[in-house]
Structure formats: C-alpha cells, structure tokens
Design a protein around this ligand. Structure first.
Ligand code: HEM
Length: 403
C-alpha cells in the first residue's frame, strides 16, 4: 500500500485541492508517481494517472453512489433528496441508463448556432446598463449569470424567474454537495434552503412542462427523447431538465473565471487573444486541461474487485482525479506547459464511460461567448488576482472575485 508524501505547499489531501491556491504541481506529481493509492488517513482510494482514471470511470463495478445509500441520508424526506435520487448523473439502474441516453441526445441535438445566437443576445441584455468597463464584481455576476440563463431560456423558463432560479440552484447545490461530501459542512439552515430551492425548481419546471406554449426547445427535446427510449415518468423528465441547470451552473461560471485568470496571469497571451478572438476557443480547451473545473469526481465499489491492480472492497470510495489525469504525460507531451496551440490535446475533464458529460461542445461554446463578450467590453484584469478566493468544495474549482 502506498504512503502519501506531502511537500509543504501541497493541499492536505485530494478534497482540499480544488480550493487550494495552486494545486497543479500536486496533481502532476500524483499523476506521475501515485497512479492509484489508498489514503489511509481519510479512508478513500485515489485514481490519479490517466489509465487509472479511465479504468475507474469505465468499470461497471464502480458506481456513482454507494449501493447502501443511493441518496445521502441527510437529504431523505425532502425535495432535495427527490431530485438527487432521480438525476442520471447519480444513477446506475436500468431505468436511469435509458433516461441517460435521452438526456445526452436531447442536449447533443440542440442547434449550437442557435445557442450562440441566444447567448449573444442574453450577453447584450445583461450588459445593457453597464458602464465603460466591467468592474471585478460585475465580472463575477456576469460569469455566473450568462451561461445558466441561456440554459434556463432553452428550457422555457421566463426571464422574470432567472434571479430566483439562480438562488434556488445555489441553495440546492450547496445542500447536495454538503450532504454528499461534507464540504461545505451541512447545517440545518443549508439543508432547509436546499429543500426549498429543490421544491421551487421542481414546481417551476413542471409548470412549464405542462404548458406546451412555454416549453422551450431543450425541455421539448428531452421529453421527446425520453418518450422515444420508453421512459414515460414525467417527474424523471422534469428533474433531469433541472439537472441541465444543476450540472452547468457552477461549472460554466468556474470555467469562465479560470479562463479570465489564465489571461490575467499571462499578459502576452492576453494581447494575442484580444487581437485575435478566434484564439478564445483553443484557450478554453487548454484551461479545461490545465486548470479544470471538475478537479475530481468519485465512485463507490458495487462489490469487491481489482482496480488498477489493487483489491478494493465493496462500498469503498475512489476519488477520481480528472485534474491529475489531464497532466499525465501519457495523454499529452510536456503536460505542465500551458500552450493554446497544442496539437491533438487530450483531457478527461468531461469524464469517460457511461456518465461522461454530454455538454462537451455546448458548455465551452457558452463559455466562449461569455469570455469573448468580456474581452470586447474590457475588465480590470490586473485586479483579478488580488480579489481571488476559491469556493469551498471538495471537487469543483470555482474562482470567486470580490473586491
Ligand atoms: C465546463 C462545464 C462542464 C464541465 C467541466 C462538466 C463536467 C462533467 C463531468 C466530469 C461529468 C461526469 C461526472 C462523473 O462521471 O462523475 C459530467 C456529467 C454530466 N454533465 Fe457536465 N460538465 C459541464 C457542463 C455541463 C452542462 C452545461 C450541462 C448541461 C447543460 C452538463 C450536463 C451533464 C450531465 C447531464 C451529466 C451526467 C451524465 C451522466 O451521468 O449520464 N454538464 N459533467
């Protein structure tokens, strides 16, 4: 069994890495030196090399939830638990497999050209009362608002509800993460807000689903795809429509923030990208590889079995370090070099196997529209670093800018 060797600046463990100032060297080291190991102090396994990460994500004995606790106990008995238990992201049952196909094909079927038009228009609306240049605070508001509001619009949610929807998503997301990972710590207030947010989201999207006039193209496509694969549970459809919002909200905001940071830290690159906005796209791809949002995900063993040559027992948790795998030299030559011109770039930031993210084109597109808009309008790049903190999370790296 491997021991963990910590260097003084390293995060205390893998769940402390996403909110660490700079975990890149830690991830690189784990990818190269500790491919798959047991963290004795915390009781979990860690997959860090690209091969180990792929093996876990494509193994049918590695489940998204423990068999003994499909829904975290703390969420039971309320709306947050109802949503958690029905999301395809957290299900490995047969009905979930069918629904997953519908969720993926509805999202992959959206017209990306149309999405870009909606996103540009929404960016202009959000910007209508802006001053000369974005402030740090406005930049953060914009990065959280734009992409999720586009998803909301595609579902048919009216603009008047966007503010409420964002607050409800934040509350549900915080309660779900706290119940599933302990970060942030779960409090009675967080839980109550999470249930309330989940209930309100459910009622709103169910109402839209029942009104064919209001139902947006993405919700419509999901309902059709679900019917096509033989899934006629309306609650499942509505919850997984909410799932698009849940999955995308913080992730896309975080990717915008990390892309802005990459530009703030590399002024020469910034000059290049401002002069040639077509470079925003490869820039985002390199940020997805080098400073990714989903630093890690996790799996639980359905039964005893061998993973990466180690015997892992039923119920044990494996933390799957996507951020480390992206820095494995087996995927890309010279992986620690940030290079937007990299040919044949490979990364695991959108996962692998049956649960791989179906938004691998959709999400970067919305981020691209947001970043390009901010670059055109101008923002105080030199103030980003000094106003930076990272949100408390065991798995997602979310830069927050506040002056
Ligand atoms: C930068 C943005 C995003 C990143 C980095 C990201 C990353 C991921 C990752 C790593 C997974 C797999 C998790 C696992 O296997 O444990 C995942 C799953 C998923 N993502 Fe994304 N995602 C992003 C945006 C989005 C958006 C915008 C949507 C929807 C509009 C979305 C929908 C989903 C869904 C439905 C799943 C579950 C797939 C399944 O289990 O079948 N994601 N995402």
């Amino acid at each position: 069994m491997n021991t963990i060797i910590l260097s003084p600046d390293e995060p205390a463990h893998v769940r402390a890495a996403p909110s660490h100032r700079d975990p890149s060297a830690y991830y690189s080291r784990l990818a190269q030196e500790q491919h798959f190991f047991h963290d004795e102090a915390n009781g979990w396994w860690v997959a860090a090399s690209a091969a180990a990460v792929k093996e876990v994500l494509t193994s049918r004995i590695c489940l998204t939830r423990p068999l003994s606790e499909p829904i975290p106990e703390a969420l039971l008995g309320g709306a947050a638990g109802q949503i958690f238990g029905r999301l395809v992201r957290l299900r490995d049952d047969d009905a979930g497999d069918k629904l997953r196909r519908a969720v993926a094909s509805a999202l992959r079927g959206v017209d990306l050209g149309q999405v870009a038009v909606v996103a540009h228009r929404r960016a202009m609306e959000l910007d209508s009362d802006a001053q000369e240049m974005f402030s740090v605070d406005r930049t953060m508001t914009f990065m959280f608002a734009l992409p999720v509001q586009v998803v909301a619009q595609l579902l048919g949610i009216p603009k008047a509800s966007f503010g409420d929807v964002m607050a409800w998503l934040g509350d549900y997301g915080a309660a779900a993460a706290a119940a599933a990972t302990g970060i942030p710590a779960l409090t009675a207030e967080l839980l109550a807000r999470g249930h309330h947010g989940a209930q309100a989201l459910f009622e709103l999207v169910m109402k839209i689903r029942r009104d064919s006039q209001q139902c947006g193209p993405l919700l419509h496509a999901l309902a059709n795809e679900a019917r096509r694969v033989g899934c006629d549970d309306e609650t499942d459809v509505v919850v997984n429509a909410i799932g698009y919002l849940v999955q995308g909200y913080v992730a896309m905001a975080s990717l915008i923030g990390s892309t802005l940071l990459a530009l703030a830290r590399q002024p020469a690159l910034r000059t290049q990208v401002v002069a040639d906005p077509t470079l925003v796209r490869p820039l985002i791809q390199e940020v997805l590889r080098c400073d990714p949002v989903t630093n890690s995900t996790f799996r639980f063993m359905a039964r005893d079995g061998k993973i990466a040559g180690h015997m892992v027992r039923q119920g044990e948790m494996i933390i799957v370090l996507l951020a480390a795998a992206n820095r494995d030299p087996a995927l890309n030559p010279d992986p620690d070099r940030f290079d937007i011109t990299r040919a044949d770039r490979k990364f695991l930031e959108f996962g692998a196997g049956v649960h791989a993210c179906p938004a691998e084109k959709f999400a970067p597109l919305l981020v691209e529209v947001a970043v390009a808009h901010l670059l055109r309008r101008g923002l105080p790049f030199e103030q980003l670093e000094s106003s930076l903190t990272y949100a408390a999370s065991g798995h997602v790296r979310t830069p927050l800018f506040k002056r």
